[in-house]
Write a protein that binds this ligand. Structure first.
Ligand code: 5GP
Ligand code: ZN
Length: 112
């Protein structure tokens, strides 16, 4: 996807400070953080949403990236939240699958 911002970041066409990278995913800080830790985990392949048939290695890598981010920011004990916005009702703005990792402060007990 030539006009996709996350494809460009994931393929190094836009230089970014990557917090995690493997063959399948990258992770980097959100441009507009909503918490002290706000990292995006992004597949290198372009999937618009989680409704697509995301391949198993990518799903495994997404989990590894989350674990790596949690370790880097020492979130394992205190906890953190992962969110995948999907479609209009969820407010998805970038149509390239991404998982938000939020933490570093109490996030509230609800889901919203
Ligand atoms: P969504 O609402 O689609 O789940 O979240 C998209 C997220 O991507 C937002 O939190 C927004 O701040 C972030 N974002 C959008 N464009 C960029 C960008 O160019 N760089 C980074 N690091 N984050 C971005
Ligand atoms: Zn893309």
């Amino acid at each position: 996807m030539s006009d996709c911002i996350f494809c460009k970041i994931a393929h190094g066409e836009i230089p970014s400070d990557l917090l995690y990278e493997d063959d399948n995913v990258v992770a980097f800080e959100d441009l507009n953080p909503q918490a002290p830790v706000h990292v995006l985990v992004v597949p290198k392949a372009h999937y618009a949403t989680l409704l697509e048939d995301v391949d198993a290695p990518t799903l495994v890598s997404m989990r590894r990236a989350v674990a790596s981010v949690a370790k880097r920011f020492d979130l394992g004990e205190r906890g953190f939240r992962c969110i995948v916005n999907t479609g209009a009702d969820a407010g998805q703005t970038v149509m390239h699958l991404h998982l938000h990792v939020l933490g570093g402060t109490p996030l509230g007990e609800g889901l919203l």
